[in-house]
Design a protein around this ligand. Structure first.
Ligand code: NAP
Length: 501
């Protein structure tokens, strides 16, 4: 008798990815799946990032599930507390919570070739599942900088994604390392309360005006009464963002128009300090790194208690930071806005495929998947927001919903055709990635003259989708089995073990 897995399907994580797929399954009436979550609540990045000022830079009505609309967003751009509330509400509204095993940190996932299922080792024991879907996003593991002496620091030190709310910043001498999307949001919030703020900047970001505002009462009423108006609003925002794909991927020179707006924005905020403006002026094409938006960042840095240091950090001591010019900056708190492990995602270390190799070994620094979703050598595994599915110009939720369609259709076909194991063939995967890298050549991420976390250690952009998002939607609308090796389900396996679809 074949051994029966505990579950037809296991989903890892309850961020937008894992939770969204679970909701789609529930909407289809599926009951037989499990969701593993290391924390005690749902929400992923929007649960973990609680730093002051944390807000999404994609509008609320687009950065939410199309199949779980919320007419009551309070602002055009959602803040972290409201996004987290939305996700928790979705988990309740669609009855997903009974499927979630909280406090289950996944430590390993090994493909069991003999039985044709995954053995998932969690902090609370093993579970087996025919199909595994990873909802581990690229922005879940904080990256700590490898600066000599950092471990000798005796003050408080924390990463923006693990904010220490018990640490009172009032009057403190605070160092901030990093000037990415997270730092530019929390710096204006903490600057008024700290004694001094020393910002260690390696590369200045391009910063545009922020069009955020509260959603008006009549707008909410309209969305609630006539849901089609919310759909149209969403479609309008999507189309506006999608129109930016051309300058990003084909004609980066068009970004010069945006650069002019950003420089004017900075000049208006810092009218009488040309030296500070010079430090904050980027030397690369706009879009090469994520374009940021703020109405308060520049103003905060222009205050008397703020200082921007552009010399590289060479060492950290018990109560100070030393820079390349030999200067010693006394600090009692260090906040790391240094980003996340993206290309070298830790979960790839513990997923082992058909030949026992870890995904990290197979990727060898350059993650590659077919349609950003399936990987040769890793049967019955789907990656949500896998390689080359990130976006520089639109909402990741749109990509995720495309992947949900693909995964759900694959599961449906597995059941209908009694397929036990499916695995993408190496050749279609290679061809797909060749196409992606060819499209990457003219993009601003390749030609823009910056170093960014989009680029992996082999010099390839294995993070972003270099084209129209509707093209990704079209390619993932259905699961085409042609590029896959399909094996039948074990004979005698009862119907329950067919994968939910
Ligand atoms: P990030 O964009 O990766 O920025 C990290 C910053 O730390 C960069 O300025 C980087 O400098 C600097 N850095 C890293 N290591 C350093 C070192 N050893 N010494 C000095 N500086 C160092 O990280 P993030 O700000 O946390 O944002 C990550 C991503 O999260 C964003 O791009 C975005 O996709 C997402 N995010 C989104 C929102 C939103 O509004 N939706 C908000 C926050 C975050 P270099 O630039 O020189 O590398």
């Amino acid at each position: 008798m074949p051994q029966t897995p505990d579950f037809p399907l296991a989903i890892l994580g309850t961020g937008f990815a894992g939770l969204g797929l679970a909701i789609r399954l529930k909407q289809q009436g599926e009951q037989d799946f499990v969701v593993l979550e290391r924390s005690t609540d749902v929400g992923g990045t929007w649960r973990d990032n609680t730093y002051p000022g944390c807000q999404c830079d994609i509008p609320s009505h687009l950065y939410s599930f199309s199949f779980a609309p919320n007419p009551d967003w309070s602002r055009l751009f959602p803040t972290q507390p409201e996004l987290w509330k939305y996700l928790r509400g979705c988990a309740d509204r669609y009855g997903v919570r009974p499927h979630i095993r909280f406090g289950h940190e996944v430590r390993a996932a090994d493909w069991d070739e003999a039985h044709g299922f995954w053995r998932v080792t969690t902090s609370q024991g093993e579970i087996t599942a025919r199909v595994l879907v990873s909802g581990q996003g690229g922005l879940s593991e904080p990256q700590l900088p490898n600066i000599p002496g950092i471990e000798s620091f005796e003050g408080a030190m924390f990463h923006s994604a693990r904010w220490d709310h018990d640490h009172d910043l009032e009057g403190k001498k605070v160092a901030v390392i990093g000037t990415g999307a997270s730092s530019i949001q929390f710096i204006p919030k903490i600057q008024p309360e700290v004694g001094s703020l020393t910002l260690f900047q390696r590369t200045p970001p391009w910063i545009m005006p922020h069009p955020d505002r509260p959603v008006k009462r009549w707008e909410k009423r309209l969305f609630r009464r006539f849901p089609v108006t919310q759909k149209l609003f969403r479609a309008g925002i999507y189309s506006f963002f999608e129109s930016r794909v051309f300058p990003f991927t084909k004609k980066p020179d068009l970004m010069k128009a945006g650069e002019k707006i950003a420089l004017r924005h900075m000049a208006k905020a810092i009218p009488d300090d040309p030296a500070l403006r010079a430090k904050l002026t980027p030397g690369y094409r706009m879009g090469c790194k994520r374009i940021l938006m703020s109405e308060t960042y520049y103003q905060a840095l222009a205050q008397p208690n703020a200082d921007v240091v552009t010399e590289a950090i060479t060492e950290i001591g018990p109560d100070h930071v030393v820079t390349a010019d030999g200067a010693r900056h006394e600090v009692d708190t260090i906040i790391l806005g240094t980003g996340f492990y993206v290309a070298d995602m830790p979960f790839t270390e513990w997923v082992r495929g058909r030949d026992g190799k870890s995904m990290a070994e197979v990727f060898d620094g350059s993650p590659q998947a077919y349609l950003g979703t399936t990987v040769a050598g890793f049967p019955n595994l789907f990656l949500l927001t896998g390689p080359n599915t990130g976006l520089g110009h639109n909402s990741i939720v749109y990509i995720l919903e495309s992947q949900f369609n693909y995964v759900l259709d694959a599961l449906r076909q597995m059941r209908a055709r009694r397929i036990g194991v499916l695995e993408v063939k190496p050749e279609p995967q290679r061809k797909f990635n060749e196409e992606v890298q060819k499209a990457m050549k003219d993009t601003v991420w390749t030609t823009g003259g910056c170093a960014s976390w989009y680029i992996d250690r082999n010099g390839l952009n294995t993070t972003l989708w270099p084209g129209w998002t509707w093209d990704f939607r079209r390619r993932t609308r259905r699961f085409d089995p042609a590029p896959y090796v399909l094996s039948p389900a074990p004979v005698g396996e009862p119907e329950r073990e067919r994968v939910a679809a």
